[in-house]
Design a binder for this molecule. Sequence first.
Ligand SMILES: Nc1ncnc2c1ncn2[C@@H]1O[C@H](COP(=O)(O)OP(=O)(O)O)[C@@H](O)[C@H]1O
Ligand SMILES: Cc1ncc(COP(=O)(O)O)c(N)n1
Ligand SMILES: [Mg+2]
Length: 553
Amino acid sequence: MAHLCSQVLSTSFFTPKPQIPVLLSPGVACVKSFHQYRFLHIKAMQDGKFATPTSCDESKVRVPHVLTVAGSDSGAGAGIQADIKACAARGVYCSTVITAVTAQNTVGVQGVNIVPEDFVAEQLRSVLSDMPPNVVKTGMLPSTGIVKTLCQSLKEFPVQALVVDPVMVSTSGHTLAGPSILDSFREELLPMADIVTPNLKEASALLGGVPLETIADMRSAAKAIHDIGPRNVLVKGGDLPASLDAVDVFYDGNDFYEFRSSRIMTPNTHGTGCTLASSVAAELAKGSQMLSAVKVAKRYVEAVLSYSKNIAIGGGCQGPMDHLLKLKSNVQRRRFDPCDLFLYAVTDSRMNKKWGRSIVDAVKAAIEGGASIIQLREKEVETGDFLEAAKACLKICRVHGVPLLINDRIDVALASDADGVHIGQSDMPAHVARALLGSDKIIGVSCKTPEHAQQAWIDGADYIGSGGVYPTNTKENNKTIGLDGLKTVCVSSKLPVVAIGGIGMSNAQAVMQLGVPNLKGVAVVSALFDRECVMTETRKLLEVLKESTKIAK
Ligand SMILES: Nc1ncnc2c1ncn2[C@@H]1O[C@H](COP(=O)(O)OP(=O)(O)O)[C@@H](O)[C@H]1O
Ligand SMILES: Cc1ncc(COP(=O)(O)O)c(N)n1
Ligand SMILES: [Mg+2]
């Protein structure tokens, strides 16, 4: 059962409800496609492995692949050039079908030359017939004929997922695709899309010009666009007036999610939309489910904007971003976000042993269930094995944009390049850990008192864990501080707090409703890992936590 649960992590993202567990991870297998409904269906073999096409050479490594169908931007901030860079940065191969060539720079768009429809068709045929991509992502589609040609090609050569960025107007205000394409978008392309990612102006245009000025408007728009036929809608709020945060609204036909990041003050925002859509496509191509693909993509855009905020390219006021930050230095590690503490999963070697699952399986399942940060707390594992497990878990965590911390073992955190450590009062002092780990890594400290919390802040920690809130048997001789003790620590702490100790489905709500703003989430061990299906338990707890934050509001 544990085995099955962990496999569901990679369940096909393009079916509304997970049915057959399949692994879409790059480099391990070939998949065979069938054209049922609109898109590819993957046939998993009875044992959960893959169907292997006879033409597939076992010795070859399969690379996740996105085809972008978009316009060229000579300034290379947006369009095809942004798509290639974003895919490269996300570790995905990117092929290109060019629909238009634009003369464009940081000042604006000086000219547009549309590629003839039959030559767009020829490019599509060349790529789709020989090197089928996992995902097709569309950007500038400047004529109805090109939209129709694309839809026809996709029917002939189905792909796993279609990401539609309905590009209409450049940030500088130049029309890239006029209102004449709207009908073909609504009637043909959007109903085929797995996700459509309009900005505010595009969402408004798709809905006949309704004004969109608030997050509530964005929600209504997402719902109305969903009615046109795409499976998921992301209305981007980069241009939302008077919003301190950059908020995007996601709607999957059932639930709304708000993806929020702080607004980065920079003129270098040219190409954010193309980059976001390409990154969603890249994550889908790697096998992520839609929601995690969007989450990771949004974080990537935020990291790139932050890294590029002061770069100076061109004399205009629409500067490009620098997508390949990973190649430049170690700044790729995104800043610690206190919201990551929301559902904090702490592994336990005894429980893994009891349920016969590996550390990696436990971590996969917790992430699939919605854990927002993972801590490996492996007291009974040999150092070598711990290091290997940490490296394997880190790969999974990176794909999903979930930070991975190591309990106590600063050496293992350094050797595995994990995102940070969590240390207790009797471990190495936090300021020494900070000196060893450098400024980029996350450090959390267990604190029972306001004095501990004050010291953690002085020592340069990023967050504190406070508890045991309730009695627990995962830690011997651990004093219980109760909800009152937790509240006292939270009120005095200058750092964000995650509550820990005996927390589970039955009492998580009581903890979250303490009503102290810097209490950001709960850390859980037994309630997730001392259970048969870690993924299901994590999902259930996530729902409880979401519910309690709604009530608290
Ligand atoms: N200044 C900013 N700081 C942080 N995120 C931003 C900023 N501007 C845009 N974004 C994000 O970039 C993505 C693209 O959004 P948007 O600019 O609205 O689309 P488009 O580029 O298609 O006009 C969204 O995820 C949005 O939230
Ligand atoms: C070829 C091309 N495609 C898309 C955009 C939109 O990008 P942005 O909204 O950031 O200007 C663009 N300016 N040029
Ligand atoms: Mg933009």
